[in-house]
Design a protein around this ligand. Structure first.
Ligand SMILES: Nc1ncnc2c1ncn2[C@@H]1O[C@H](COP(=O)(O)OP(=O)(O)O)[C@@H](O)[C@H]1O
Ligand SMILES: [Mg+2]
Length: 577
């Protein structure tokens, strides 16, 4: 079915004779077939969002309706890929056409000539339903790709064969002669179904002390990371993409700065997974919006990314979706809404912004997968937000805050003082801390939650003391208070600060996190006892214990844990616990 263009306004096109089309149908626009999506239907007129540069389109040009929505391709070969917001393989385009984007090109997301070794896991005669695993492929060295019956499909397996196949070849036949291939498609705007949503009880371990200890996020949780320009959003996203514990990483980059995406494209392919030593790209998919793409293409990248994440979740993996930043996505919705001449909401954003954001975050979660009782997977969402001027009262931050389970608030003052990660511990929160306590107690140490309480209390105390100092000067403080100030400063410098570019400290295992903090807090106790015994503050500040604490984070984990334990033992012997 096709219509004709009657209006062109930047990336938005209106076509007539489109009465048969439906909202969100995919269309090919103009002679070279630019990719577009129907975003409004009125009588026989369809408004179309075009995801490519519309230069050269003319009135009267044809628009042809695909009769189906924007779909992503799912199957082996996704890992290691670099896609744009509508899943065009940027790396292939660059290799074949020397440019990131040539317009109207229809390259498939998954290579059609690549062959995969498929091993069946069910026999002919087996009854299968949506989500059932019929076979597997070793997609990368560590990741086994499970071929699942698409949601909504069920029947009896008539035939299934092991061997070497391309993604489009038939690997199994269900009754009624329905063929099954590795390649499947899914509409990006529709969440993939699950058997059951589960409460989050396992942490998403980031290797960042301030997150894991103070504001932990569950695997399957959602966290927003708002912060002004230069506060460290991109560093957080990229550090977690490298070091956080997840089977699969989906990284959505919206390109805040000019060459940021070029850097990602240049960097990521060379990065190594710190736990396996294998290329990081073996468990990563990049969804990248370069600056020469229309803003609207960013709007779909979020959906493309989350659909890929859900697909690996359905295989039983823990997936982390890193989005940098969702503000760029929200701005795209604003631009589209303005072109539709919709009634604007706050700051020009569409009135449905909050709903759209909520729908996106709801696609995160910990689930029991469709099709198999004991298969669980998760999608954790870590979403950067760039509020203009770093002002959190703007609509995107506010709406996101209401639906996300945790907030890691980045702070310009801390960033100026080069305290990184520049997490403001008063503004930040996590609703997952209490539900995750049993895990930390059982897996790391019974007093992990207590350390968090003690750490928060110390930071709070420091703040109160600072106010007094500012009002009446340091002399107003007693020695016990002065030492609390000093140790709190030590905690900020040596514990909360963490250099993302340090060989040793870029990621800190939980055990190391625990023992450093325990030693620091015990040092406070030690100092207090010594003061009672008549020691001078200066003597304590010059103590070898303090010097040792200052070296700890840059000490490799095993040595560090040993040293911390020895030190705790010694301090205990000297003053009693
Ligand atoms: N954890 C960190 N360790 C060391 N330096 C950091 C860290 N986080 C941020 N920085 C510094 O801050 C700069 C700006 O961070 P970036 O993530 O690009 O900010 P944003 O994305 O919020 O604009 C980085 O180039 C880096 O020098
Ligand atoms: Mg950035």
């Amino acid at each position: 079915m096709s219509g004709t263009i009657i209006k062109i306004s930047g990336p938005t096109v209106v076509a007539r004779e489109m009465a048969q089309t439906r909202m969100f149908n995919r269309v090919a626009v103009g002679r070279i077939g630019l990719l577009g999506e129907v975003i409004r239907v009125r009588r026989d007129e369809a408004t179309i969002q075009v995801y490519e540069d519309t230069t050269g389109l003319a009135l009267g040009d044809e628009v042809s309706d695909a009769g189906e929505p924007l779909l992503v391709e799912l199957g082996p070969g996704l890992l290691g890929s670099i896609f744009d917001g509508v899943q065009r393989p940027l790396d292939v385009l660059a290799a074949e056409h020397g440019d990131w984007i040539a317009r109207g090109l229809k390259l498939p997301a998954l290579p059609r000539d690549r062959q995969w070794v498929f091993t069946p896991l069910v026999r002919p005669g087996t009854q299968v339903a949506g989500g059932a695993c019929v076979g597997a492929i070793q997609e990368t060295e560590k990741i086994q790709h499970r071929v699942l019956v698409p949601p909504g499909v069920s029947g009896t397996v008539l035939e299934i064969r092991g061997g070497t196949f391309t993604v489009t070849e038939t690997i199994a036949v269900l009754d009624d002669d329905r063929p099954l291939a590795m390649l499947q498609r899914w509409p990006v705007r529709t969440p993939r179904p699950v058997a059951e949503r589960l409460p989050p009880v396992v942490p998403f371990i980031t290797g960042q002390r301030v997150f894991d200890m103070l504001f932990p996020v569950a695997s399957g949780g959602t966290v927003i990371v708002p912060g002004g320009f230069g506060t460290g959003k991109t560093v957080v996203e990229q550090t977690l993409a490298k070091y956080a514990q997840a089977d699969i990483i989906i990284y959505i980059g919206c390109g805040e700065r000019g060459n940021e995406m070029t850097e990602v494209l240049a960097d990521f392919p060379h990065l190594k997974d710190p736990t396996t030593g294998l290329p990081l790209m073996q468990r990563t998919v990049l969804v990248i919006n370069t600056s020469n793409m229309p803003v609207a293409a960013r709007e779909t990248s979020i959906y493309t990314g989350i659909t890929l994440a859900e697909y690996y979740r359905d295989m039983g993996y823990s997936v982390a979706l890193m989005a940098d930043s969702t503000s760029r996505w929200a701005e795209a919705t604003r631009e589209i809404s303005a072109r539709l001449e919709e009634m604007p909401g706050e700051e020009g954003y569409p009135t449905y912004l909050a709903t759209k954001l909520a729908e996106f975050y709801e696609r995160g979660g910990c689930v029991r997968c469709l099709g198999q009782a004991d298969r669980q997977g998760s999608v954790t969402i870590v979403s950067a937000i760039s509020p203009p001027g770093g002002d959190f009262s703007e609509p995107v931050t506010q709406s996101s805050m209401q639906v996300a389970g945790a907030l890691w608030a980045l702070d310009s003052d801390l960033a100026h003082r080069r305290h990184f990660p520049a997490i403001n511990w008063k503004r930040s929160f996590s609703l997952y801390a209490a539900p995750l306590d049993p895990w930390f107690r059982a897996q790391v140490a019974p007093d992990w939650p207590q350390l968090r309480i003690d750490l928060a209390a110390l930071l709070q105390k420091e703040e109160e003391l600072q106010e007094i100092v500012q009002l009446v000067g340091i002399d107003a403080l007693q020695d016990q208070e002065r030492i609390a100030l000093e140790v709190s400063r030590l905690v900020r410098e040596e514990y909360l600060r963490q250099n993302a570019f340090s060989q040793i400290d870029a990621a800190c295992p939980l055990e190391k996190q625990y023992w450093i903090l325990k030693a620091l807090l015990l040092f406070l106790h030690y100092c207090r006892e010594r003061l009672k015994q008549g020691w001078a503050i200066e003597q304590l500040l010059g103590s070898p214990f303090r010097a040792e604490l200052e070296r700890m984070k840059e000490t490799p984990p095993r040595d560090c844990v040993q040293q911390a334990r020895a030190m705790i033992e010694k301090m205990g012997q000297e003053v009693g616990k």
